[in-house]
Design a protein around this ligand. Structure first.
Ligand SMILES: C[S@@+](CC[C@H](N)C(=O)[O-])C[C@H]1O[C@@H](n2cnc3c(N)ncnc32)[C@H](O)[C@@H]1O
Length: 235
């Protein structure tokens, strides 16, 4: 389903400024629970669990929705990458960082906590801006949100690109890899957190380590997923 149709299905107006954004934020606050991220307990996010109203709604009343609201869970790839950035702050400290496919904003929040001088979070899902606003405020950090895809753009003024769990869909994975390798060729460090999704890169990456990431059976088929942090190498 097209992402903008999610908003229609929920009876909400398109995301934007002012009242629409407040309604999105109310929607998230009322249907999620502030919960620590399992692998990154220093960060709390507004999350859906099997127990929340949101989960029942997506499973039943809102059956036209994707059954995995991307902004409502810390995905395994994002958890591993956020952990890696917090454990290795020298990767981002004092640098300008972009978080591609930010979802809840987890990786962007980790980069900000690790000392990045500027963090820009990109996502095409209309709910993500509201989720990022709520989650950044709760965690006491500042992140700029851009509601667009940066794929193929020059990304001026950015030193590091982070991407949590973006190899689940063929077209996006392929375009991200072409773009990311070109950025790496210009000296921009590109790191991805990946639990071995279907379209993960099989070559041209440096393995920076792995974590066993606790996940939820609400979105995965396992409770623990081995998840790698990969650095894209230039072509
Ligand atoms: C599986 S979620 C991962 C979210 C977060 N990084 C994490 O690990 O928890 C993937 C995210 O990528 C976003 N996305 C997909 N295609 C995109 C594009 N072309 N540009 C920006 N974001 C995109 C989706 O809307 C979704 O929020």
């Amino acid at each position: 389903m097209h992402l903008s149709a999610k908003a229609d299905a929920a009876g909400l107006p398109p995301a934007g400024e002012g009242e629409s954004m407040l309604r999105y934020m109310d929607f998230i606050r009322s249907r999620t629970t502030l919960t620590r991220v399992p692998l990154v307990p220093e960060i709390e996010l507004y999350q859906a669990t099997e127990m929340t109203e949101l989960w029942r709604a997506t499973a039943a009343d809102l059956e036209k929705w994707d059954d995995s609201p991307f902004w409502a869970f810390p995905w395994a790839g994002g958890q591993a990458l956020a952990r890696h950035v917090l454990d290795h702050p020298e990767l981002v400290a004092g640098l300008r960082v972009a978080d591609f496919g930010t979802g809840s904003g987890l990786v962007a929040i980790a980069a900000s906590k690790a000392g990045a001088s500027r963090v820009v979070a990109f996502d095409v899902d209309p709910f993500c801006e509201a989720a990022v606003r709520l989650n950044t405020a709760h965690n006491g950090v500042t992140v700029e949100f851009q509601a667009r895809s940066p794929l193929g753009t020059e990304l001026a003024g950015i030193d590091v690109v982070l991407a949590g769990d973006v190899f689940y869909q063929r077209d996006m994975a392929e375009r991200f890899l072409v773009w990311g390798r070109a950025l790496a060729g210009r000296g921009i460090r590109v790191l991805a957190g990946d639990p071995g999704r279907l379209y993960s890169p099989q070559q041209g990456v440096k393995d920076r380590g792995s974590h066993d990431v606790p996940t939820s059976t609400a979105i995965e088929d396992r409770l623990l997923m081995k998840t790698w942090v990969l650095e894209l190498l230039p072509e």
